[in-house]
Design a protein around this ligand. Structure first.
Ligand code: ATP
Length: 219
């Protein structure tokens, strides 16, 4: 039996994201990564505010609370708040470097979805990331690809593929449709019951569908 008590021989996964909110596809990735990569531990790492420039994220405390609700029951999973606590932009390379220092000798795995993998060469110090961790990629249908699955090989960098069935689920769709009287019930089923209660009780995403102002051409 290998000795897994110390860091040597340990296998640690890092799964970062906005998790705004955590949904069933995140949960599927976590479960498959734990099993397929034989991880001793999987760190769920919610990103800080600076990471996502396109829109303001839900409060970090609320995203952390939802991550705890979404993943708490999975053995080996830990919600790691270091990127939220770090001042300034939070980079994956810094997280992997810090974890390596804490657990020297452990093998590190970085879990990402296809959209992130296809943009990987734009990541801060991406070559260093490949030295620090094995990237494990879950394919997902891309909206701008007409819903087709992208070719993960076109990135031209080493990776392993996670055996997750393609899931056309995104946090954007959950946020935008949560309060919609017609589409709401279907997207509310894409998060765990505890996360669904949290979103409704805190009235998150109430303005995500956009302001109900008339279109200038079709008032
Ligand atoms: P948003 O719609 O707000 O961009 P998202 O659904 O992509 O959010 P994130 O929190 O940004 O969720 O994703 C965290 C990680 O999970 C990323 O690596 C992302 O690629 C991956 N991921 C999210 N949804 C899926 C999915 N349906 N299939 C595979 N990977 C996914």
């Amino acid at each position: 039996m290998p000795d897994r008590s110390g860091p040597v021989g340990r296998r640690v996964g890092v799964f970062g994201g906005a998790f705004d909110p955590p949904h069933v596809a995140h949960r599927a990735l976590a479960e498959v990564a734990l099993r397929q990569l034989a991880l001793d531990e999987l760190r769920i790492v919610p990103t800080g505010q600076a990471w996502h420039k396109a829109r303001a994220l839900t409060d970090a405390d609320q995203r952390v609370a939802m991550c705890r609700l979404a993943f708490a029951d999975l053995p080996g999973v830990r919600v790691d708040t270091r990127e939220i606590e770090r001042a300034g932009p939070s980079y994956t390379v810094d997280t992997l470097t810090a974890l390596r220092a804490e657990q020297s000798g452990a093998a590190q795995f970085l879990v990402v979805g296809a959209d992130q993998w296809l943009a990987f060469r734009t990541w801060h110090r991406w070559a260093e990331i490949l030295r620090l961790a094995t990237v494990a990629v879950a394919n997902r249908p891309l909206e701008d690809g007409g819903g087709a699955l992208p070719d993960l090989g076109r990135v031209g960098l080493p990776h392993v593929v996670l055996a997750v069935p393609p899931l056309a689920v995104s946090a954007t769709a959950v946020r935008e449709r949560w309060w919609d009287p017609v589409a709401g019930p279907a997207v509310r089923a894409l998060v765990s019951p505890a996360v669904a209660r949290y979103i409704s009780e805190h009235r998150l995403y109430a303005s995500a569908a956009g302001p109900a102002t008339p279109h200038p051409e079709h008032p």
